[in-house]
Design a protein around this ligand. Structure first.
Ligand SMILES: *Cc1c(COP(=O)(O)O)cnc(C)c1O
Length: 403
């Protein structure tokens, strides 16, 4: 019903993106709660409530061994907090197979002189033998990896890499920004020391908060390292949490209310039920898109449940596709980096109904048909490619002229 209204009124977007997401009505109310002071018991209990819910979301079994700090700042803040706080003067190995792995690497280079990198092309799974061999021949203290590589949709193997890190005496840290809230992250089984995530992706809240959940034992060790940043020092976050149930600096309190509500919504639905529902929505979308003869960048077996990366059909421009869908109130992502112009991304998190999904697939179909028809009109008359021979002739001429 909602989509129909949107089609006419255009007052609201359906965010088929991996975040930001359409938030639940209960969050709109939560963010407008009373004004409180973050140095008062009201905030202490709000933060404690969020922390407890995060431990439940992560299905932590030995709850007294883990803590979670909440940071005012998007997912990058949590990643930078980890990368600047846990390595000290040691060596870190970044595993990258996409844009967000590359971002971890660039961030680590700023803070850690001894930053190593093992990379695969975007969308290609890691080679665990290669990683094992690297760890056997290099002294590495920290291994860092993105769980869900959002640029391609690839879900990277937590258990396998966690085991390798442990075997070689390294701690394992994970960017879970786009997977937490939709995929299982078993910190205990996968030997994860710290995991980051944010409020605005699969957790389904407003953007602006992120968090780091970690083993207490590892949090305690952080004070041994000299601080590398003021705002994002995890040791300071941990001290304030432990001593006061507060944050070191002024937190974005309304966003904390919203995050608490988003987590309450997840827990009242049930973690497993929610994960299954998100995966079913992805399956529904993927089936719909396969029926339109669209192809995906990855095997479905390697995909996270939150988004699908789709190859753009020949003769269609992603920009046009995106613009046309926006006219129908649907927002999608364009591929970036080496995927730019070649793929588009369709997320399926946030408050989207089955009806919204059906509306998406039928609108996508109409838009693709329209753009294909237009392309056929334009492409057909301009058959001979005159630009190529001219260019190469120019090239030759230029070279001769220089000599
Ligand atoms: C979105 C995202 C981030 C952080 O992005 P922000 O713009 O800071 O929210 C980090 N890692 C991954 C895997 C992401 O998908």
């Amino acid at each position: 019903m909602r989509s129909k209204k949107i089609e006419l009124v255009l007052d609201k977007y359906l965010l088929f993106t991996p975040g930001p997401v359409n938030v639940a009505a209960s969050l709109r109310n939560a963010i407008c709660k009373e004004d409180i002071c973050h140095r008062e018991p009201d905030f202490d209990s709000l933060l404690a409530s969020i922390e407890q819910k995060l431990l439940t979301l992560f299905e932590i079994r030995k709850r007294n061994r883990y803590r979670a700090v909440v940071i005012t700042g998007s997912g990058t803040a949590a990643n930078e907090a980890i990368l600047s706080s846990v390595v000290g003067t040691g060596a870190i190995l970044i595993l990258s197979n996409g844009e967000f792995g590359e971002r971890l690497y660039k961030t680590s280079l700023i803070h850690n002189a001894r930053t190593h990198l093992l990379q695969q092309p975007w969308g290609i799974p890691f080679d665990t033998d290669q990683i094992a061999a690297y760890l056997a021949t290099h002294k590495i203290d920290v291994v860092a990896m993105v769980h869900h590589e959002t640029c391609s949709g690839m879900l990277n193997p937590l258990a396998a890499i966690g085991t390798l890190a442990k075997t070689h005496g390294a701690i394992f840290v994970v960017d879970g920004v786009s997977s937490v809230g939709a995929e299982v992250v078993d910190m205990e089984r996968c030997n994860i020391a710290f995991c980051s995530s944010s409020s605005s992706k699969a957790i389904g809240s407003y953007p602006g908060l992120s968090f780091v959940i970690g083993r207490k034992k590892q949090f305690k060790k952080l004070k041994l390292h000299a601080p590398k940043t003021t705002y994002l020092n995890l040791a300071t976050f941990y001290r304030f949490l432990k001593d006061h149930s507060q944050t070191p600096n002024t937190p974005a309190v309304p966003l904390f209310f919203a995050l608490d509500q988003a987590l309450a919504n997840i827990l009242s639905e049930g973690v497993a039920t929610r994960f299954a529902r998100i995966r079913a929505r992805a399956d529904q979308l993927r089936l719909g898109m396969r029926k339109l003869n669209l192809e995906f960048v990855l095997d479905e077996a390697n995909m996270c449940a939150i988004l699908t990366t789709v190859k753009v059909p020949p003769s269609i421009s992603v920009r046009d596709l995106r613009d046309k869908l926006r006219e129908k109130s649907i927002i999608i992502y364009e591929g970036k980096g080496c995927f730019a112009g070649k793929v588009f991304q369709v997320g399926n998190i946030g408050e989207l109904s089955d009806h919204d999904t059906q509306f998406f697939v039928s609108t996508l179909r109409d838009v693709l048909l329209e753009l294909q028809a237009k392309a056929a009109d334009v492409v057909a008359p301009i058959q001979p490619k005159i630009s190529k021979p001219i260019l190469s002739a120019l090239g030759t001429h230029k070279r001769i002229a220089i000599i």
